[in-house]
Design a protein around this ligand. Structure first.
Ligand SMILES: C[S@@+](CC[C@H](N)C(=O)[O-])C[C@H]1O[C@@H](n2cnc3c(N)ncnc32)[C@H](O)[C@@H]1O
Length: 362
């Protein structure tokens, strides 16, 4: 039977940097599942939890007991919820994370609205004329010759909404235009979005791996749902344990991984790259990028292009003298490089990320 009882929506506006900490805070405060949505256009993250109507009262709390230590089904008061969240945000700030506006909104929503409303956030994404990524409920039709990837948001990372994934998708499309650039390796595949897109764009062979067995299961299911499961191989693997002398090397590699992993696995990552190939490194904070660039350039690579989006910086690396990407689209690379050099220098000044990374690898 369909219930029409209303829900309380509690949401906090924050930054991608603090979204995980804020999600923890909301989960611990309300004892409810929490979702996070990153808006690609505004660069703002919204962390949201929904509470059944009967679990929230309007008045002041009956006792001064902390909500987070209360039993799961206990009633919360609006006032107390707001206060606990604000206190938690200030603790997160004290830990050094930028929390952005930290605006807390508590609003009553109709259950039917809520059940469908999250779908509004997941809009189809087009990467030029070549690729369309869309959720299963979207009715958007592909253009002529446009490859389509159907992906619903799930627990594994990767719907194309995140700037780091979007950067990798753009490079996949550009690489797909080069007929000699065929083999593809997706390091940390998450939902499988990049590997599935690569298979649809005609890369072959396409290999992908993830450390998380659940991600491997989800990526395989997504590949099957997109009808490309026979065209790609997805396995469980740890990037830090890749062979240093692999039997196969790839023309294009995407590694959308956190900086610590990129550093820990740097030699093994580069070892998988074909001499004329291109390595896409994403998932790097702006403040950490120049140090990351240095580390990979020490291994014989050269930065061909980079893109800064919000606090993320992603880069395209090639072996020094065999840069087919750069030859293909020199203008694009120079534009990105010059345009963002200033921004990146400013980011380096402001952050202590580079120093942190330096300590980590020395
Ligand atoms: C940011 S997600 C990227 C997902 C997808 N490739 C994309 O671009 O949207 C990073 C993925 O790396 C995986 N991962 C984390 N540690 C790893 C490791 N040591 N080896 C391989 N994959 C790892 C995570 O499970 C996660 O699925």
């Amino acid at each position: 039977m369909k219930t029409t009882e209303s829900l309380w929506r509690v949401s906090v506006i924050t930054t991608p940097e603090a979204e995980d900490a804020v999600a923890e805070l909301l989960g611990a405060t309300l004892h409810q599942p929490v979702s996070t949505w990153f808006n690609l256009e505004t660069g703002v993250s919204t962390v949201t939890a929904y509470l059944p109507q009967k679990l929230m009262t309007l008045g002041a709390p009956a006792s001064r007991r902390r909500i987070s230590s209360a039993p799961v089904r206990r009633r919360h008061s609006q006032e107390q919820v707001r206060r606990e969240i604000l206190e938690g945000l200030s603790r997160i700030k004290q830990c050094g994370l930028k929390i952005g506006s930290g605006k807390v909104t508590i609003a009553k929503v109709r259950r039917e609205d809520w059940a469908e409303s999250w779908k509004r956030h997941f809009k189809p994404i087009e990467i030029g004329n070549a690729l369309l990524i869309k959720p299963s409920w979207s009715k958007k039709r592909p253009r002529k010759n446009q490859a389509v990837v159907i992906l619903d948001p799930g627990l594994s990372f990767g719907t194309g909404q995140h700037p780091t994934t979007a950067f990798c998708l753009r490079e996949l499309v550009r690489g797909g235009e080069i007929k000699t650039c065929r083999s593809f390796l997706d390091m940390g595949t998450g939902s499988g979005i990049l590997a599935i897109a690569a298979a649809k764009l005609g890369y072959s062979p396409v290999h992908a791996f993830d450390f998380d067995p659940e991600a491997v299961r989800v990526a395989r299911a997504n590949a099957r749902a997109n009808g490309v499961h026979k065209k790609l191989r997805i396995v469980r693997r740890d990037v830090t344990k890749l062979p240093i002398h692999p039997v196969r090397q790839y023309d294009l590699i995407c590694a959308n991984l956190i900086s610590t992993l990129l550093i820990a696995g740097r030699r093994r990552i580069v070892a998988q790259l074909h001499r004329g190939g291109t390595l896409v490194l994403a998932g790097i904070l702006r403040s950490e990028f120049s140090q990351m660039q240095k580390i990979f350039e020490e291994l014989g690579l050269k930065l061909a292009a980079r893109k800064v989006e919000n606090e993320w910086c992603s880069g395209l690396f090639c072996f020094a003298e065999e840069n087919i990407w750069k030859n293909l689209n020199d203008k694009h690379c120079d534009w990105s490089y010059n345009q963002e050099r200033k921004q990146s220098a400013a980011a380096d000044k402001e952050g202590c990320g580079a120093a942190k990374l330096r300590n980590m690898i020395t």
